[in-house]
Ligand binder design. Structure first.
Ligand SMILES: O=c1ccn([C@@H]2O[C@H](COP(=O)(O)OP(=O)(O)O[C@H]3O[C@H](CO)[C@@H](O)[C@H](O)[C@H]3O)[C@@H](O)[C@H]2O)c(=O)[nH]1
Ligand SMILES: [Mn+2]
Length: 463
């Protein structure tokens, strides 16, 4: 856990971008706007309706201008120092990473595979990570592609770590040839890895048009007679990190899940998928932190988890006061100018006031906040207050809130009390994981009402 010594340099800092010259300019503009409105009001009686319309438009403009200027008044951003993490934190916390996909046509499986590969390869101890992909399309093709990708991960992840590759989504990384200055060993490994990635792409492409492989393996039996909106829960542990040495230890757990869907049950789209991801990961790994990434994105920074941990674990910021860490999104395939305005001006402005807004993807949350805790429920040392213990841990409450699965309730209690997860093998939780995939979890419990759906969008805790 985090070292409390204050003599060590901080894990992250808030950088302020206050600009007094800009503030004077803004105050001058505000003065002009007020004088204009005052002028309109004073001469209102002597003019016609055009004057009134002009007054209304200028008032509206002034209001919007004032709103935006107040947001931008004290811009700030957070700078993290992941290189300091190892000397400050001796036992890094676990992180469960979630990817949601819903449609193998609109979201090509090779892209989802790249998202998965970029997450499996992040710079973080692999035994502290687990990646869960939720497939609302219940697509055997997506499952096939991800399974193949997890085989390729055993080449890709060691390659990225050995050469400290920055972009860890192979489809982006292999766009550029290696620099001429690279060693011959690197060039050789680069060629081999690229060839293996091309083989993976080809296998996925071939499988797209031809489904004979569906019958060839028992593993795909669960997908027979399923429709995207009518099927039972599927949970498959594709790769389990059981420790050991070398490659075996370098690739994090990877679990494929597809929750039950029935035509007469609303499934709550991504929010429903996220609920199921939280439940299954709670049963299997129960990490205190969770990362949520859309399937058409990838982690473009290998240190992303370490950066988030710098912010969560920075003592001076009080880790209990931090509910989520949101990373900005960048687009590689569209004009990003409008995003610069959003992120550099408004994003930094909001970060200066309290913290960024939740953007739906690229966000780390603490599990306890997802289960309903707020700052008021915690003592200074992060333990549950006695009032919160009565409120959250009462047996009848737990079943009503989280459902009738005993294993689920146990995992929630352990997460709320910050107990380390006992090291079970993932396969031991398969039956319980199937159970929490039922549609009724979204109806007879708080999952479909407040857990996640409420917390994601109304969390009051900041960074
Ligand atoms: O029934 C569904 C529908 C969508 N998704 C997934 O949800 C994500 C976002 O859906 P998308 O259709 O791509 O929405 P966007 O408008 O592109 O996404 C933005 O807006 C959403 C909220 O409206 C956020 O949840 C997203 O994170 C944010 O990137 C994707 O990974 C989908 O695969 C599901 O898992 N199940
Ligand atoms: Mn999208």
């Amino acid at each position: 856990m985090a070292d409390s010594s204050s003599s060590l340099p901080p894990l992250c800092e808030k950088i302020s971008y206050k600009n007094y010259f800009l503030r004077v300019v803004d105050l001058t503009i505000l003065g002009f706007l007020f004088s204009l409105l005052l002028y309109r009001i004073l001469l209102m009686n002597q003019n016609n309706s055009v004057w009134v319309v002009a007054f209304l438009c200028e008032s509206f403009f002034s209001f919007i201008w004032l709103l935006i200027t107040s947001i931008k008044w004290s811009p700030a951003s957070y700078k993290s120092y992941p290189e300091r993490l190892d000397e400050r934190v001796h036992d890094l916390p676990s992180v469960d990473m979630f990817v949601t996909t819903a449609d193998p046509v609109r979201e090509p499986p090779i892209l989802v595979a790249n998202t998965l590969l970029s997450l499996l390869a992040v710079n973080y101890p692999a035994n502290k990570l687990a990646c869960y992909v939720s497939d609302d399309g219940c697509s055997p093709l997506t499952y096939f592609s991800l399974k193949e990708a997890s085989k390729f991960a055993k080449i890709w992840v060691p390659f990225c770590k050995k050469y400290n590759i920055k972009v860890r989504a192979p489809f982006r990384y292999f766009l550029n040839p290696p620099a001429a200055t690279e060693s011959s060993e690197f060039s050789k490994d680069w060629e081999i890895t690229k060839r293996e990635y091309e083989k993976l792409s080809r296998r996925v492409e071939d499988a797209t048009g031809d489904s004979h492989w569906l019958d060839a393996e028992d593993d795909f039996e669960d997908f027979s007679n399923t429709k995207p909106n009518d099927h039972s829960t599927i949970v498959k542990v594709v790769w389990e990190n059981k420790g050991g040495v070398g490659v075996e230890n370098e690739v994090p757990h990877f679990v494929y899940i597809s929750r039950e869907k029935r035509p007469n049950y609303l499934h709550h789209y991504k929010a429903g998928a996220m609920n199921f991801l939280v439940r299954v990961s709670g049963l299997m790994t129960n990490a205190p932190y969770m990362l949520n990434v859309d399937c058409d994105m990838y982690a473009n920074e290998a240190d992303v988890v370490r950066q988030a941990m710098c912010i969560f674990l920075q003592k001076s910021m009080n880790s209990n006061h931090c509910a989520f860490v949101q990373f900005p999104q960048e687009f590689y395939d569209s004009n990003a100018d409008e995003l610069t305005v959003l992120q550099s001006y408004l994003g930094r402005g909001i970060a200066g006031i309290q913290g960024p807004t939740y953007a739906g993807s690229g966000c780390f949350h603490t599990r306890r906040v997802m289960y309903g805790l707020s700052i008021d429920d915690l003592e200074d040392d992060g333990s549950l207050s006695s009032l919160a213990t009565r409120k959250y841990l009462a047996e009848e409450n737990l079943a009503r809130e989280f459902g009738n699965s005993n294993e689920m309730v146990t995992s929630v209690v352990e997460a709320l009390q910050r107990k380390p997860n006992p090291q079970n093998t993932l396969a031991n939780s398969l039956e319980a994981a199937q159970e929490v995939g039922h549609c009724h979890f979204e109806y007879q419990t708080s999952w479909g009402k407040t857990v996640i759906r409420f917390k994601l969008y109304h969390s009051r805790l900041l960074i």
